[in-house]
Design a protein around this ligand. Structure first.
Ligand code: PEP
Ligand code: MG
Length: 889
């Protein structure tokens, strides 16, 4: 049996590997091999595979026995290809040693350049390059880098030596040091290594190589790499490869250069070659920002009004070659590439190619353009755009490059950005907005009584609350940017100010809220308006063709319903009727209903609400046309509608004519230790059936009204918080009875369904029984997550971050559905429900309906639709298409 291949050579006519071996060779190694295979100018080298890394860790940091022989052979081949030799002063081979995992982990692991230099080969490099200063500068960089990465020596030691040499000679910049200066510095560096470590700096290039290889493999387990992997879901088992590659130098004079390029513009997506370069420089000089790099093309140099020459003008032949290479690479990889190149004495070398990172706008344009060019299919284009990043295109955002003066940070509860003046009170927000002032409502937390103020505000900030807190849910529904749970904010209503991290912000001060990042900034930031260009519509059209699940919206006002339709919603999946109760006029009747001691008084109060509810439903049915509208009956605990403090009760009593004492007493009476698990949802209707009766009458009257005008409304009545079949049956019987009553009176029928939310573990477990009576299920994953995990949706934000950081939970379960636990209940309920009722309609209306990772789970679970806030509808459409196509690339 032949020994396992641990080392793959590339370049110089050899093509041991290719891009298909990415998991074995790592991203960098596979792409270098692929470029070499395509006959592109790649400095030759070899790759130690990710399997070596895994074997290294499995065997107590020891290499497989065959490795050393295979490395010797690869090195001999490399010497042959380059015509240079390791350690040969006459013609020294110098190499770079770099990490390269399957997924790019920029800057997380170690690199060593110029390896192979020692007291003898440095002379050879000086002679060959004709530049002793360059040779000794390279040598001292190598000693520094190697000592840091491999020998783990504090780099302060070297900085001190260099600093004192500069002081003695009265030099300010490193560029003032001559070849002789660097010689002295190198000698001092080496003495320092020996002093600090008790042994000399390794002179033998082979010893240097094994030291560097070991350091790179070890860096797979450094803290930075572990942290990065955890945050980017990169498994430890992937391991890293090590790439050993012949060095080429961009700093060998005026005919040498180095640069980076993108095959299309990474910020706009425009199809134009884009990049920067520096003459007589090394890669790190381009990124370090000491010298300003120049544009590659003449056109962009002129556009930027840069002095000097572009690469196109300075090195026309090299530029022509680079154009040929980039076009070949883009066509080959069928994606926008991010390239690194070096020119050594007029010859172009490619050092790297990979799929380039890009903004959401560029991703969209590139995907649509490439499909139009025939480079990729429409389905591939759909898979190329990150669904979550579409958010950036749907809301105004803060201009890239704007310098942010951050006051505080909270949760990115509702995306987009807005500028306005700080207010602390909902009524005041409404008043100022009516006068045309842009305001931002800042509160400890919001309650249903703040809805009008939230509506009037451009954005909302709360000191408390998580991603499914009242503020977050309502703001997302309204499309207002919101930062929730900004824990550093301390509001002082009396002084009319808030403090955060030592700063004081007064009422009326202008701030900017970035609901996409969770930041609150001082002053008015520069904004960019969303552009729903043709490309956006084109891509969404392709997504709609590819998806299986329908997408609905959570909406309760005609305006939100219209927005939802504009963004492509195919129905309403959740109309939270309690949100229709908060209007000033209505809330008085709601309070009257709650205060009623007798059923007759309760019915009288409900009669006052009835015309409003009917008018609301008429408007929503009209906005939705022949699309289904899921109407969720009253859900929250009643005390949420009452004022709580004595002072508030007195205010409300004065405004409404209700009795202040009675209000306070009833508020206390209704207060519960666990309101989320209390007298809410359908429990309210089991005890006070007249509430849902009024809602049923309003729904069916409205449906008949609209039907009379020739429309075809499709009401789907949804009972919340059900735990048992009997409970649902009792309520459905009343809905059906009222429907019949209304239909008889109106002399027409309207098709409707009565279904239930599955938002409690018992409902999921008893789904088989419940489905005998319920005509559809909609998963309320907010409450299902809260009750399955025993985590309060309003408070858990305080510690969930730590849970995610410590790896207890992979993600915040209120953002991405907990597929393992909560998801298991969802799957089980689907199975049990459909076993009883074939084709049972299944949807989800919790906040997870707009989260791409959750949407992928719901596709696997076989749901018929997801429902999310109107502004997330395009994200859900794209995510559903990607899930149907088998997941993101
Ligand atoms: C849910 O619990 O997921 C749900 C949609 O209902 P609400 O958020 O109104 O409790
Ligand atoms: Mg719920």
């Amino acid at each position: 049996m032949s020994a396992k291949q641990w080392v793959y050579g590339f370049g110089g006519g050899e093509s041991g590997g290719d891009a298909s071996l990415k998991s074995l060779l790592g991203g960098k190694g596979a792409n270098l091999a692929e470029m070499a295979r395509l006959d592109l100018p790649v400095p030759p080298g070899f790759t130690l595979t990710t399997e070596v890394c895994n074997a290294f860790y499995a065997n107590n940091r020891a290499y497989p026995p065959e490795l050393s022989g295979q490395v010797d052979a690869a090195l001999a081949a490399l010497e042959k290809k380059t015509g240079k030799a390791f350690g040969n002063p006459a013609n020294p081979l110098l190499v770079s040693v770099r990490s390269g995992a399957r997924a790019s982990m920029p800057g997380m692991m170690d690199t060593v350049l110029n390896l192979g230099l020692n007291d003898e080969t440095v002379e050879g490099l000086a002679k060959l390059s004709g530049d002793a200063r360059f040779a000794y500068d390279s040598y001292r960089r190598f000693i520094q880098m190697y000592s840091d990465v491999v020998l783990e020596l504090e780099h302060g030691v070297f900085e001190e030596i260099l600093g004192s040499h500069k002081d003695t000679n009265d030099y300010r910049a490193d560029t003032e040091l001559t070849a002789d200066d660097w010689k002295i510095v190198v000698a001092e560096y080496k003495r320092a290594v020996e002093r600090e470590l008790g042994k000399p700096f390794p002179n033998d290039p082979k010893e240097q190589l094994w030291g560097a290889v070991g350091a790179v493999f070890s860096s797979w387990m450094n803290d930075r790499a572990i942290f990065y992997r955890k945050h980017n879901n990169i498994p430890e088992s992937w391991g890293t490869a090590v790439n050993v590659q012949a060095m080429v130098f961009g700093n060998m004079g005026e005919t040498s250069a180095t640069g980076v390029a993108f095959t299309r513009d990474p910020s706009t997506g425009d199809k134009k070659f884009y990049g920067e370069f520096l003459i007589n420089a090394q890669g790190e000089d381009v990124v370090a920002g000491i010298r300003t790099p120049k544009a590659l093309t003449k056109a962009s140099r002129l556009e930027m009004k840069e002095p000097g020459e572009s690469l196109e003008e300075a090195m026309p032949e090299v530029y022509a070659e680079l154009v040929r290479v980039y076009q070949k690479l883009e066509a080959h990889y069928r994606d926008m590439q991010d390239l690194e190149f070096t020119v050594e004495r007029g010859k172009l070398y490619m050092l790297q190619t990979r799929n380039g990172k890009r903004t959401a706008k560029a991703a969209l344009k590139i995907a649509v353009d490439m499909a139009a060019e025939g480079l990729i299919t429409q389905d591939e284009a759909v898979l190329r755009v990150d669904a979550a990043a579409l958010d950036q295109l749907l809301h105004p955002t803060i201009a890239a490059g704007y310098k942010r003066d951050i006051i505080c940070k909270g949760l990115p509860a509702s995306p987009g950005a807005a500028v306005g003046k700080v207010v602390f009170d909902a009524d005041e927000a409404e008043k100022l907005a009516a006068d045309g002032v842009d305001v931002i409502l800042v509160r400890d937390e919001t309650s249903p009584e703040d809805i009008h103020g939230m509506h009037a505000s451009k954005a909302i900030v709360t000191a408390r609350g998580g991603m499914t807190s009242h503020a977050a849910v309502v703001a997302r529904g309204m499309g207002r940017p919101c930062v929730s749970g900004a824990g550093d904010v301390r509001i002082d209503m009396k002084l009319g100010e808030f403090r955060a991290l030592g700063r004081v912000i007064k009422k009326g001060d202008v701030i900017t809220v970035d609901g996409s990042s969770g930041e609150v900034l001082l002053g008015a930031a520069e904004m960019v308006q969303p552009e729903l260009t043709g490309d956006f519509g084109t891509l969404m059209g392709w997504a709609d063709k590819a998806r299986r699940m329908k997408v609905r919206a959570n909406a309760e006002t005609p305006a939100d319903a219209a927005t939802a339709v504009k963004y492509g919603a195919e129905g309403i999946g959740l109309c939270r009727t309690e949100h229709m109760f908060f209007d000033a006029e209505r809330i008085a009747a709601v309070r009257e209903m709650i205060l009623a001691e007798k059923q007759s008084a309760r019915v009288a109060a409900l009669d006052k609400l009835f015309p409003h509810q009917r008018a609301d439903f008429v408007a929503i049915f009209e906005a939705m046309g022949a699309r289904p509208v899921t109407i969720r009956y009253l859900d929250p605990p009643l005390h949420e509608f009452l004022p709580h403090t004595e002072e508030d009760c007195a205010d409300v009593a004065k405004a409404t004519g209700l009795d202040a004492k009675a209000l306070l007493a009833r508020s206390k009476d209704l207060a519960e230790s666990n309101p989320m698990l209390g007298f809410r949802g359908c429990r309210l209707a089991i005890v006070f059936p007249e509430i849902y009766d009024m809602q049923s009458r309003a729904v069916f009257e409205a449906a008949c009204d609209v039907a009379e005008q020739g429309a075809a409304p499709i009401p789907e009545i949804m009972i919340p918080f059900v735990i048992a079949k009997k409970e649902f049956e009792l309520l459905k019987a009343r809905v059906d009875a009222i429907a019949e009553e209304v239909f008889a009176k109106r002399g027409r029928r309207v098709e409707y369904l009565v279904g239930t939310m599955i938002e409690l573990p018992r409902a999921a477990l008893k789904a088989g029984e419940i489905a005998e009576a319920a005509e559809f299920f909609s998963f309320g994953t907010n409450d299902l997550t809260q009750t399955t995990m025993g985590l309060s949706r309003d408070d858990a934000g305080k510690f969930l971050g730590t849970y995610v950081d410590r790896g207890v939970l992979a993600t915040d379960p209120f953002v991405t559905v907990d597929a393992d636990g909560v998801g298991e209940l969802v799957g089980l309920a689907c199975e049990r429900g459909r076993a009883v009722r074939q084709g049972l309609k299944l949807g989800v209306c919790g906040e997870h309906g707009g989260d791409p990772a959750s949407v992928a789970f719901f596709e696997r679970a076989g749901l018929d639709y997801v429902s999310c806030s109107p502004y997330r509808v395009p994200i859900a459409r794209l995510a559903a298409a990607q899930a149907a196509l088998g997941g993101k690339r």
